[in-house]
Design a protein. Structure first.
Lengths: 205, 315
């Protein structure tokens, strides 16, 4: 039995066709039901659909053997107990530092608003900048505009939201895409099944 | 906050749980005694230098404080292995010495999920024998220990950190690159490895071969083919092959993982871990840490294993 954790929204939408290419499908009835554990057409494979931030947690604890999660979430949660085996090349975007102007990110003690405090802290530590992190859960772009922070660290896709709020992207921290992660213990105890699945997926990317 | 709430990651053992841990402790000590392992109880606190050795990981996990008696910085043990290294070094002997311990330790941060900050660390260590037979003895004892506390369907995972280190030396990686590459291997991040190789000016293609060398015994045949020109790596693989065959012959499921690295910095060669299908993380692990006693003036071959009795008794 293999349990695959997927996150709601864009990743789910883009992962299901990928899984279908290797013969794993979930019916519309299952997807539209209120069930949280979904049956697939393969008897031994179950799918669970979670909030994006919860996928690595379920895989790390071994409740799910495999997960598809954004690199942003994995970096933020840490790699304890998981292997990151594949870049699925979907849901691509960039983790960026954005501010109103370049001078805003030159300050000595930089105030950074972000949903990704660990990622932001690690990045600024690496470039020897002292920062004060302000953890927010949404509407990040508002923070520099109203003077809550000097800059933000956030995912940037088209950059339209930044532009609409008078912000510009400056430094790229990392490029982000969805990754296939595996619980280490599952990988050892269900090695052949997991490897087969990963290899088939890789061939179909 | 109620005064009976314990700090995060710290818990009591009471009633049946406490009895189970105690019964398991007794049967383990009987087992070790019957095989000639000397029981040692190292102190809870020691001078900081002797507890940390040179491992940054051990350092991060260790509580330190100022000793009001001496004014020196001392630490609470977060890992017993450095203490065994000190005990062995104090004996200044060339003989083979075998130690075992069952000790509560305290850590500033947990090792992984389901772990506590106050595990009961059980372990056995063998000093003064550099042969693979010593590793077989230690792995065998590790498996017997787990079986004695009623854990079955064990999967043995074997690797050797020397292979990664020899390849890194060959391509002359600087310290920062080595650190980054080690992290990529610990996370087994194949996408990050591909990016790292692309960005490097060096030919690191052998690392993308290495990261895939895990699975059943067929990976060793592949590995021998890939690394046929490197005598040192071939020796490592052949040693893994011998050890693995020994346990396969005893009907254990053996996995080979040449890309496996340890987060504790002191391992120097063969490494091993145990999984089974009911636990969601590694249940026991160990390896070779030759020369660990250097800081005490005694560089001896050493191999050993440990696991958290509290965790394994509770689940």
């Amino acid at each position: 039995m293999l349990t695959i954790a997927l996150s709601k929204g864009r990743i789910l939408k883009e992962t299901l066709p990928l899984l279908a290419t290797i013969g794993i499908e979930v019916s519309d009835d299952e997807l539209n039901s209120r069930k949280l554990i979904l049956d697939s057409n393969v008897e031994d494979i179950k799918i669970i659909v979670l909030r994006a931030t919860d996928v690595p947690v379920f895989v790390q604890h071994g409740v799910a053997d495999i997960g598809v999660s954004g690199k942003d979430v994995i970096e933020e949660k840490g790699y304890m107990g998981i292997y990151e085996l594949l870049d699925l090349r979907i849901s691509k975007c960039r983790m960026m530092v954005a501010a109103k102007s370049a001078s805003d990110i030159q300050k000595n003690l930089l105030k950074v608003a972000t949903k990704y405090p660990n990622t932001a802290k690690n990045y600024f530590n690496k470039i020897n900048r002292q920062v004060e992190i302000i953890k927010l859960y949404g509407a990040m772009e508002l923070a520099p505009v109203v003077g809550l922070s000097d800059c933000i660290v956030d995912l940037v896709d088209t950059g339209n939201t930044l532009k609409a709020n008078g912000l510009k992207a400056f430094d790229e921290i990392s490029s982000i895409s969805s990754r296939l992660i595996v619980n280490i213990s599952s990988y050892k105890s269900k090695n052949i099944e997991i490897k087969d699945l990963v290899e088939s997926l890789e061939k179909n990317l | 906050m109620s005064s009976w709430i314990l700090p995060e990651g710290i818990s009591d053992l009471t009633g049946d749980s406490a009895l189970l841990v105690e019964n398991n402790r007794r049967s383990l000590l009987d087992l070790y005694k019957s095989l000639g392992y000397e029981f040692v109880i190292p102190p809870i606190i020691e001078n900081i230098e002797s507890l940390l050795l040179t491992s940054k990981e051990v350092d991060k996990k260790t509580f330190k404080f100022l000793d009001p008696t001496s004014g020196d910085l001392i630490a609470v043990h977060s890992d017993i292995t450095p203490q065994i290294a000190r005990i062995d070094a104090m004996r200044s002997t060339d003989e083979v010495e075998k130690y075992c311990y069952v000790n509560s330790i305290v850590q500033t941060q947990v090792d992984d999920f389901y772990a506590s900050r106050s595990p009961i660390q059980v372990g056995a260590e063998l000093y003064g024998d550099n042969s693979y037979k010593a590793d077989i003895e230690i792995i065998d004892l590790m498996l017997k220990s787990l079986e004695s506390i009623k854990l079955n369907n064990l999967i043995v995972n074997i690797g050797n950190v020397k292979i990664f280190n020899l390849l890194a030396k060959k391509v002359n990686l600087d310290e920062d690159d080595l650190k980054q590459l080690s992290l990529i291997f610990v996370r087994r991040s194949k996408p990050d490895l591909a990016d790292f190789i692309k960005q490097s000016s060096k030919d690191l293609s052998l690392f993308s071969t290495l990261i895939n060398l895990e699975g059943d015994s067929s990976v060793l045949t592949l590995a021998i083919e890939y690394f046929k020109d490197d005598k040192d790596i071939i020796n490592c693989i052949k040693e893994i092959q011998e050890i693995g065959k020994y346990f396969e012959d005893k009907d254990y499921k053996v996995m080979y993982d040449l890309a496996e690295l340890k987060t504790y910095g002191y391992h120097t060669g063969l490494i091993f871990s145990v999984f089974n299908d009911t636990f969601k993380k590694v249940i026991a692990n160990g390896g070779r840490y030759n020369g660990i006693g250097k800081v005490f003036g005694m560089e001896r071959p050493a191999t050993g294993f440990s696991f958290d009795l509290k965790y394994l008794s509770q689940v």
